[in-house]
Design a protein around this ligand. Sequence first.
Ligand SMILES: Nc1ncnc2c1ncn2[C@@H]1O[C@H](COP(=O)(O)OP(=O)(O)OP(=O)(O)O)[C@@H](O)[C@H]1O
Length: 228
Amino acid sequence: MIDMKGVYKTYPNGVTALNGVDVHIDQGEFVYIVGPSGAGKSTFIKLMFREEKPSKGSIVINDYNLATIKERRVPHLRRNIGVVYQDFRLLPRLTVYENVAFALEVIEESPNQIRRRVMDVLDQVRLKNKARFIPDELSGGEQQRVSIARAIVNHPQLLIADEPTGNLDPDTSWEIMHILEEINSSGTTVLMATHSQEIVNTIRKRVIAIEDGQIVRDEARGEYGYEI
Ligand SMILES: Nc1ncnc2c1ncn2[C@@H]1O[C@H](COP(=O)(O)OP(=O)(O)OP(=O)(O)O)[C@@H](O)[C@H]1O
């Protein structure tokens, strides 16, 4: 599903964030991306949904070659990828329902399908009873659950989460992790960058460690491996 070969990324300011990355990730895997601050984790993730372009190398995701993909095809690629951020990035004036429905409305689903699908996905993240709330009326964990609902409403094959528990307390973080595990168990590939030693060492999954723009460790059921 994801195949990176000889990937380099140098930003316009001359900083090389990725320095020769080769990796293969199969459909259905759950992968943690770990490493020190500034190691290149977010860059690695941004390349996956074409938020950034590689300077060199090939990235193939579900048969899309991201190095050569035409601009007009990028929205098609992104329909198959859900993204969750540390800071939720919800639209503040829209309700929970509208924030989630928005992702479907832009691809012109019928109103009935939208209603059914949005309520299903809000049920999945256990927020059906808050559909009419706006983000400000929710806790951080609830906001993150809305952002997860929004990310998966299109049934993406890949869910990318960049420090999804970074702004949450421990109990809420576990709740988010259980939701991500549930999503993964239905076949969605999950790629999660994290600084949480506790999560990585407790919910054991494949661990890819990046340092200075290179993969220095790649272990099935790995450990976090850094002192905090
Ligand atoms: N848009 C950008 N322009 C220029 N340099 C950038 C840009 N984004 C990231 N960098 C640089 O690339 C390097 C890798 O950054 P990246 O954000 O990928 O690291 P990270 O591992 O995600 O860090 P953190 O754990 O702190 O989020 C850093 O030196 C950073 O300053």
